[in-house]
Ligand binder design. Structure first.
Ligand code: ZN
Length: 485
C-alpha cells in the first residue's frame, strides 16, 4: 500500500477525530500512516545472522532426526542449515547452548490479541467485569492506534514466553485502518502468524462480513516476506455461546455466505464451538473441511469426532481458560480427540485475566487428562510438547516452514534455561518442560532467524515503550467508556 492510498482512504472519513488530526497536522499523520501500513516497519528488526547454537539439549520434534542429549543447530539466512551432534562452522557466531533446551518455538493457534489492553479491567471472579462484557464494551471504542498497542502488548508477551507463531483472532476489525494496525503490530515485533480477519464488536449478526476488506488485506499484505498469512475468524454458529454477543452468532445460511467468500479467496476459517456443538449442523451444510479450525473442544460426541477426522478439521484447545469453565460447559476432550485421530493444537485464547504460559497450558492439559482419563488413553509429556509445536504448525498449515528443527525449515527456535532454581537438577527434558518450566526460563527467542530475545531480554523491541503505550491506551479507553461506571 502506498502512503497516498492510505491518506486518501483516511481523508474520506470526513469529520472524524482522525480526519481533524490530518487537517491540523498532515505531516504528523503521514508519519503514523507509514508505520501502520504494509509500507514498512516502525523500526528495523534484528538482522538474520549466521550462527551455531552449541552444545544444547536439542529436541527437534522431527521423528526422522530425533533428539540430541548434546547437539548443535546451524542457522543461516533465516533457515535451519543443519542439526547434528557436532557442527564445524568456523567464523560464525556461537550461541552457547550448554544448560539449555533447544527446541522449536511454540505455535499458539488462537489468541484474541486485540483484547490484551483490557487486563486492568477484567476480573476472573466478578461476572459484570468478566472478559466478555469488558471486551464488548471497550472494543467498540477502540481506535486503530489502540488496536496496534494492544496487539504489540500481546505479541511482546507471546515472544517473552517462547511463542514464535501466533494465530491472531482479530474479531474487532472496525475499519481498514484497524486491520492494518493489527497487522503492523505483528510485523513490527517480528513474530510469525496468521491474521484471522473478523467482524467488529457490536456488528449486527445479520450483517455479512466485509469480504472486500478481506480481499484488500490479502492484496496489500500477502504474501509479504512470508511471515504473515491470512484467514477469517467467524462468528459462532447457531445457538448463542456462553460468551453471548462478543463473537456474534451466524445462521447456517449466513455462515455459507461468510465462509464461502473466504474460501473463494483461498483463505482458511476459524470458529468457536463454545456452547451446543455445531458440528452436525456444519456437516449437514457441507461446510466442514481441512481449512477449518474449531476452538474449545469440550462437548463433542464420538460420532462428531469421527466426522472431524474424516473432514480433516482441527481443534484448538486453550486449557487455562477452559479449565475455569463450569462443568456444564463440558470437559477438555484431549484424550478422546487424540484417540479419534483429530488434529489438536494448543492456544492461549487471551491474556486479560491470565498470562501467556504455554508450560502451564501443557501442565493443565496433563493434569486434567490424568484426573479424568489416566492410563485408559496414554498421554506422554512429549506428546504435549508436540501439541505446542509441530501440531500447531500443522493446524495453521505452515508445517513446511516451522514447528520442528528440520534443516530447510525457517529458524523459529527457543532456548529454555535448565539451570534456574525451578528446573535444577534437570532430568528428562520433556518432563522439565511440562512439569517444571515457566516463561522466565525462556532465555533466547529466534523467529525466522532473527534473534528477538536473548538472556531473557528483547534485543531490539523497546519493552518499556510497549508497556507505556499500552497503559496509556488502556487508561484512555477507560475514560472514554467511563468504565467502570
Ligand atoms: Zn477464544
Amino acid at each position: 500500500m502506498t502512503l497516498s492510498h492510505m491518506s486518501r482512504r483516511t481523508m474520506l472519513k470526513g469529520a472524524t477525530a482522525l480526519g481533524a488530526l490530518v487537517a491540523a497536522a498532515p505531516e504528523l499523520f503521514a508519519q503514523q500512516a507509514v508505520s501502520r501500513s504494509a509500507a514498512g516497519p516502525a523500526a528495523p528488526l534484528p538482522p538474520r545472522r549466521e550462527f551455531v547454537i552449541r552444545a544444547a539439549t536439542v529436541l527437534t520434534m522431527d521423528p526422522s532426526l530425533g533428539d540430541f542429549a548434546t547437539g548443535d543447530v546451524h542457522v543461516r539466512d533465516g533457515a535451519i542449515v543443519a542439526v547434528a551432534l557436532r557442527i564445524e562452522a568456523p567464523n560464525v557466531q556461537v550461541i552457547e547452548g550448554r544448560g539449555m533446551i533447544c527446541m522449536p518455538g511454540i505455535v499458539d493457534t488462537h489468541w484474541h490479541l486485540w483484547t490484551s489492553l483490557f487486563r486492568p479491567f477484567v476480573r476472573a471472579d466478578v461476572n459484570e467485569t468478566g472478559y466478555f462484557p469488558v471486551s464488548n464494551r471497550l472494543g467498540q471504542l477502540m481506535t486503530p492506534e489502540d488496536s496496534y498497542r494492544s496487539v504489540m502488548l500481546g505479541t511482546a508477551e507471546a515472544l517473552s514466553a517462547g511463542v514464535t507463531t501466533v494465530h491472531n483472532w482479530a474479531h474487532n476489525v472496525r475499519s481498514p485502518d484497524h486491520a492494518d494496525a493489527e497487522l503492523s503490530a505483528m510485523r513490527d515485533t517480528g513474530i510469525r502468524g496468521r491474521f484471522a480477519y473478523g467482524p467488529a464488536q457490536g456488528m449486527p449478526d445479520d450483517q455479512p462480513m466485509d469480504h472486500a476488506g478481506l480481499a484488500r488485506v490479502k492484496r496489500d499484505w500477502m504474501p509479504g516476506d512470508g511471515m504473515l498469512t491470512l484467514g477469517i475468524s467467524s462468528r459462532n454458529i447457531g445457538a448463542m455461546s456462553i460468551g453471548g454477543a462478543t463473537r456474534g452468532t451466524l445462521t447456517i445460511d449466513m455462515a455459507k455466505k461468510d465462509w464461502g467468500g473466504a474460501r473463494a479467496l483461498g483463505l482458511p476459517i476459524t470458529v468457536h464451538t463454545s456452547g451446543p456443538s455445531p458440528i452436525k449442523l456444519l456437516e449437514e451444510a457441507g461446510l466442514l473441511g481441512p481449512d477449518l479450525q474449531l476452538v474449545h473442544p469440550l462437548l463433542t460426541t464420538p460420532e462428531e469426532r469421527a466426522i472431524l477426522k474424516t473432514r480433516g478439521v482441527s481443534y484448538s484447545t486453550a486449557p487455562t481458560g477452559e479449565a475455569r469453565r463450569p462443568a456444564s460447559a463440558g470437559v477438555i476432550q484431549l484424550g478422546e480427540l487424540l484417540e479419534a485421530g483429530v488434529k489438536v493444537s494448543l492456544s492461549t485464547d487471551h491474556t486479560t485475566n491470565y498470562n501467556c504460559d504455554p508450560f502451564v497450558a501443557m501442565r493443565i492439559l496433563f493434569a486434567l487428562h490424568q484426573h479424568r482419563i489416566g492410563d485408559k488413553i496414554p498421554l506422554t509429556v512429549k506428546r504435549l510438547v508436540q501439541l505446542a509445536t509441530i501440531d500447531g504448525a500443522v493446524d495453521l498449515g505452515i508445517a513446511d516452514k516451522c514447528g520442528s528443527l528440520t534443516p530447510g525449515k525457517r529458524a523459529d527456535i527457543i532456548l529454555v534455561r535448565t539451570s534456574d532454581i525451578n528446573m535444577v537438577p534437570v532430568g528428562d527434558p520433556y518432563e522439565a518442560l511440562v512439569s517444571l518450566a515457566q516463561p522466565t526460563n525462556v532465555d533466547t527467542v529466534i523467529a525466522d532467524g532473527r534473534i528477538l530475545r536473548q538472556a531473557g531480554k528483547f534485543t531490539a523491541l523497546d519493552h518499556a515503550k510497549v508497556v507505556r503505550e499500552a497503559q496509556e491506551a488502556a487508561t484512555g479507553l477507560r475514560s472514554k467508556a467511563k468504565w467502570p461506571a
